[in-house]
Design a protein around this ligand. Structure first.
Ligand code: ADP
Length: 303
């Protein structure tokens, strides 16, 4: 069986950036899956073909920390993407007040996130829209990055639903200034914001517009000096911000270890050229000093 015949549709799981997601059973394997219906009806024929071709490339991404895309098929005016079904996501973990996140648990989540990023970046695929609710958690505790590469194919509309975390809060300053030649650094910035959120148990930089987001970034980290980010003033949407001195990172994360602070500061480097890479971050002493990361199967999950 193919496409719509192969998957037996179940309950709706929710509405995301690209359309409705529903639960289904793969009649071929008896596995529970999540089917993401992407509306592309409004595009021309060519877009359909291009999108299908690009999505087929994403199916080649196979890693323990990347959500597996099992199948893809067009149906009516939609594209259906079939993923392995995931029990939970990091947003639910962060929000659940009954879950205590120890330093070792945070290290485990960050290590799995960075491993997934390192794998995709090595293959030249960016996420671009990383946020806690697309860090999905499997029944064995493994964290897997979802929606990899979709932002580039389908765009990342700012239209958001009330239950959703705003992607803007995780957006790197070069994107907010309109950079079109951004790279893997945008995912590292988002991962740093998630790192901060795991420590704070609330979103780190909650801007209400793109300009306000930049204001929040500069209030937290200081306005970048010319020497810190020489290319900033050349970006398409660059505007000058009032000078803000940098408070110490220690004052923002009083409970963090020195190793954690050093790593997050390198992930939050203003100049994307100076930002640490996922591979370098995994080699940082934070991941090799005590406490060791919690084994994924021992991490607490929401009910
Ligand atoms: P967003 O665009 O905000 O990232 P998604 O389209 O990824 O949202 O997801 C919409 C809803 O479907 C969410 O409630 C999410 O938890 C659920 N969902 C998405 N992917 C999966 C999956 N692989 N397994 C289980 N639930 C999923």
């Amino acid at each position: 069986p193919m496409g719509t015949q192969r998957y037996i549709k179940g309950q709706t799981l929710g509405e995301g950036t690209y359309g409705v997601v529903y639960k289904a059973v793969d009649s071929l394997t008896n596995r529970t899956v999540a089917v993401k219906k992407i509306r592309i009806g409004k595009y021309k024929e060519g877009v359909h073909v291009t999108a299908l071709r690009e999505i087929k490339l994403l199916r080649e991404l196979k890693d323990p920390n990347i959500i597996e895309m099992i199948d893809v098929y067009p149906h009516k005016r939609n594209l259906h993407l079939v993923f392995e079904f995931m029990e939970s996501d990091l947003e639910a973990v962060i929000r659940d007040r009954n879950i205590v996140l120890s330093a070792a648990d945070i290290k485990s989540y960050m290590q799995m996130t960075l491993k997934g990023l390192a794998y995709c970046h090595k293959k030249w695929v960016l996420h671009r829209d990383l946020k806690p609710n697309n860090l999905l958690i499997a029944s064995d505790g493994q964290l897997k990055l979802g929606d990899f590469g979709l932002a580039r194919i389908f765009g990342s509309p700012d239209r958001q639903f009330t239950h959703q975390v705003f992607a803007r809060w995780y957006r790197a300053p070069e994107l907010l200034f309109g950079s079109k030649q951004y790279g893997a650094g945008v995912d590292i910035w988002a991962a740093a914001c998630i790192f901060a959120e795991l420590m704070l148990r609330r979103p780190f930089l909650q801007g209400s517009s793109d300009i306000d987001q930049l204001g929040k970034i500069f209030a937290a980290l200081g306005t970048p000096k010319e020497s810190q980010w020489p290319d900033m003033t050349c970006l398409p949407d660059y505007v000058e911000f009032q000078y803000c001195p940098a408070p110490s990172l220690r004052s923002l994360f009083p409970m963090a270890t020195d190793d954690a602070l050093d790593l997050i500061s390198r992930m939050l480097a203003f100049d994307p050229k100076s930002r640490i890479t996922a591979q370098q971050a995994l080699e940082h002493r934070y991941f090799h000093s005590e406490p060791a990361p919690t084994r994924p199967e021992l991490l607490s999950r929401p009910p």
